[in-house]
Design a binder for this molecule. Structure first.
Ligand SMILES: NC(=O)c1ccc[n+]([C@@H]2O[C@H](COP(=O)([O-])OP(=O)(O)OC[C@H]3O[C@@H](n4cnc5c(N)ncnc54)[C@H](OP(=O)(O)O)[C@@H]3O)[C@@H](O)[C@H]2O)c1
Length: 343
């Protein structure tokens, strides 16, 4: 079997999961080079990896370069992505820098793998929030069309990177240390927030923060706009009316979403049920009490859909509850699946 030389840039929450996915899925890796800001050795699942400090000309001889570093003008993908393409590699980027560029396919393999062939050297992974929603709704979109989506998210701290999940743990421990086990919940001192130790704008332990990213047009946040613009691009339908509220909650891994959608065509609950049962990449729980929760799906690869209900007041309008591991299907796994299709 042909092997491919792989480089990975970034070994944070997503990068580590990328190494796991490549190994677990037996991706035909030839040479493997791993880069971060600083050089070191790193242990993942009892295997030691050498991490090199990123530098110019790092990608000679590489076939595929995965980016799981920082975003923005001075971020890893913007600075080094074009260098990787120039060196002859295909870039698969987890960040947001290239997602909406016209000549960059934005890919969820179960939904639009056919667009991979249009790449000009860079392929983008969508945002974690978008990936799980479009995977869940892809069968509905293909069969009946989507007129409207109202999305509310409940997002895990690991979605903001390794340091964010660590902040949740440190705050939780600090609360335990500050209060006696005998103190009633009413009397405990709840506030342990130290903004120098957290990437969040407020305490995340025992809290919910209704802001992910900065505020943008019409007072929606950048994360909320991603779900709109990326969904339009992936479904190739910018007429879908999408409105989102993104909320960070004190969970380590796996995002949850309440998705309210209206189809273009007239449909029954039975037709929608059958569609979810046959949607690629989705585990559908038909029994109402059978829904998945974040603790159930950490380290799992599929998107879990449950609590399907028809709106009693609106035609062709339904609710679902949808949960997926943001580091796997929401990032690393999706990127590796793109690479699998590519090769
Ligand atoms: N977390 C998620 O659920 C999720 C989901 C979808 C997409 N993403 C995207 O995936 C990317 C990685 O996210 P993450 O959560 O893994 O972040 P993270 O935990 O903060 O890790 C970032 C990694 O990137 C490295 N890095 C940063 N700047 C770099 C540079 N200029 N050159 C080389 N390496 C650099 C860091 O190196 P050091 O270790 O040396 O500091 C670190 O290893 C981001 O673009 C993020 O938006 C994340």
């Amino acid at each position: 079997m042909k092997k491919y030389n792989i480089a990975l840039v970034g070994v944070g929450a997503v990068g580590v999961e990328m190494l796991r996915c490549l190994k677990q899925r037996n991706f035909p890796v030839g040479k493997l080079k791993i880069f971060a800001r600083s050089a070191r050795q790193m242990m993942v699942d009892n295997r030691t990896y050498n991490v090199e400090a990123i530098s110019d000309n790092a990608f000679e001889g590489m076939d595929i370069v995965f980016f799981a570093g920082t975003e923005g003008e001075t971020g890893a993908a913007v600075v080094y992505g074009p260098q990787a393409v120039k060196a002859g590699a295909v870039v698969i980027d987890n960040g947001s820098d290239f997602r909406l560029k016209e000549d960059v396919p934005l890919v969820v393999p179960e939904v639009n793998a056919d667009t991979i062939k249009n790449n000009k050297g860079i392929i983008a992974n969508p945002n974690c929030t978008t990936i799980q929603m479009v995977t869940a709704l892809s069968g509905i979109q293909k069969k009946f069309g989507l007129e409207k989506i109202v999305l509310t998210t409940f997002q895990a701290t690991s979605g903001a990177g390794r340091s964010a999940a660590e902040a949740l743990w440190q705050e939780t421990k600090a609360l335990g240390e500050k209060n006696s086990a005998e103190t009633s919940y009413r009397d405990i001192d709840r506030v342990v927030y130290d903004k120098t130790k957290s990437p969040f704008s407020a305490q995340i332990a025992f809290n919910a923060i209704p802001q992910i990213g900065g505020f943008g047009d019409a007072n929606f946040t950048s994360e909320e706009w991603k779900t709109v613009k990326e969904t339009h691009k992936i479904f190739d339908d910018s007429d879908i009316r999408i409105s989102t509220t993104c909320v960070r909650i004190p969970v380590f891994g796996a995002h949850s979403e309440a998705v309210y959608f209206t189809t273009k065509e007239k449909v029954t609950l039975d037709q929608v049920t059958e569609c979810f049962e046959n949607t690629e990449g989705v585990v559908f729980a038909k029994a109402q009490g059978d829904y998945a929760m974040p603790l159930d799906v950490e380290n799992k690869d599929l998107v879990y859909v449950g609590r399907l209900r028809k709106d009693p007041f609106e035609e062709n309008t339904f609710w679902i509850w949808c949960v997926a591991d943001n580091l796997r299907k929401g990032a690393a796994l999706n990127a590796v699946q793109i690479a699998e299709k590519l090769v």
